[in-house]
Write a protein that binds this ligand. Structure first.
Ligand SMILES: Cc1cc2nc3c(=O)[nH]c(=O)nc-3n(C[C@H](O)[C@H](O)[C@H](O)COP(=O)(O)OP(=O)(O)OC[C@H]3O[C@@H](n4cnc5c(N)ncnc54)[C@H](O)[C@@H]3O)c2cc1C
Length: 301
């Protein structure tokens, strides 16, 4: 976790305006038990300190859950993937320029305003953003939610497992944090259940530029179809649109029991029923709709 300090003013006290910084850092990448990919009876377990490059290179991950490899490949640049860990990627703080900016005492820093409401909200939330309009930045978290993963969290009192469905929370639950992790808790590993035979998966990510960048919108899908090509079970998850990796239940409901190829367009359009764009980001709704359709069809190809 030392990398965290590299681009920041190490040792600067929390001012209430600047992004909150820790008073001490512990480099957990030196703990061997937190690294590596293990195959178990129920699926794959990946240590939280496993680097993104190690994850991408894992033949087992590529073979069984290529969706996760693809999402990790789309993170940042090779240099960052060589150093950045899975746990760090999932638990990274949001990129909102008001949260990161020195001059904005926003809700997330204990202030009383979200500057995205009246300011430049080009990249902010289009779904579920009430109070604070950050978007969740992690590509791997989006894929892991689609894969129905769970996190193991360690604390002085013992360890507990938390499904990714319950790991992230929105601003209404606690505007100061993005996850249910308590102080002094650490994510130690992530477990991904073995997908059902024949599971279709796909990942797409739209960003502003071809080189490394965060998602404007990303989509992770993992689903099964019956013999007639009809949706049996699965998940459609969006990144870059909401304060949490967002499970698009309205899209999943529209696909239920339907021919996926024939229904993809109409199901994707359901995202409009939950979208509440801000003044400058209506374009993200169109992108989300197109990308959902495209990702569903890609998974069938
Ligand atoms: C230029 C740039 C471009 C980027 N582009 C992308 C992108 O396109 N997609 C994307 O998803 N990410 C992107 N990132 C984010 C990057 O991938 C993460 O910053 C990186 O993965 C963090 O990894 P780390 O191991 O160094 O975590 P750190 O920086 O050390 O930690 C990040 C946060 O997670 C917490 N944390 C770390 N490990 C754990 C753990 N095991 N349990 C609990 N909390 C933990 C830390 O306390 C800290 O708050 C980008 C970053 C940069 C600088």
């Amino acid at each position: 976790m030392l990398q965290y300090t590299a681009g920041h003013d190490v040792g600067r006290a929390v001012t209430g305006k600047g992004m909150p910084l820790p008073s001490a850092l512990v480099d957990i990448t030196t703990i061997p038990e937190l690294r590596g990919v293990k195959t178990g009876p129920n699926g794959l377990t990946i240590g939280a300190a496993t680097t993104l490059s190690e994850l991408i290179e894992s033949a087992e991950v590529q073979r069984t859950i290529p969706l996760l490899s693809e999402s990790a490949k789309s993170v940042a640049s090779p240099l960052i993937r060589n150093f950045g860990t899975l746990g760090g990627n999932i638990n990274q703080r949001p990129r909102c320029w008001f949260f990161r900016g020195e001059d904005f005492a926003c809700y997330k820093k204990g202030g009383d305003f979200c500057y995205a409401v009246t300011g430049d909200n080009t990249y902010h939330a289009i779904i579920g953003g009430e109070l604070c309009y950050i978007v969740h930045p992690s590509d791997t978290a989006t894929a892991l939610l689609a894969l129905n993963a769970s996190a193991t969290v360690a604390a002085a009192g013992g360890a507990r497992d938390i499904a990714f469905d319950n790991y992230f929370h929105g601003p209404r639950e606690d505007v100061l944090t993005e996850t249910v992790l308590k102080p002094n808790e650490l994510m130690t590993e992530v477990t991904i259940p073995t997908p059902a035979a024949g599971t279709r998966m796909a990942w797409t990510k739209l960003k502003d530029r071809q080189v490394y960048d965060f998602a404007i919108v990303s989509v992770a899908v993992a689903f099964t179809v019956d013999g007639a090509g009809k949706w049996a079970d699965g998940r459609v998850v969006l990144g870059g649109v909401a304060p949490v990796p967002y499970r698009a239940a309205v899209v999943e409901s529209a696909l239920k029991g339907q021919d996926v190829r024939a229904t993809a367009k109409q199901a994707a359009a359901q995202i409009r029923t939950v979208a509440r764009p801000m003044s400058l980001n209506t374009y993200k709704v169109d992108i989300a709709q197109s990308l959902i359709e495209r990702t569903l069809l890609q998974a069938l190809a």
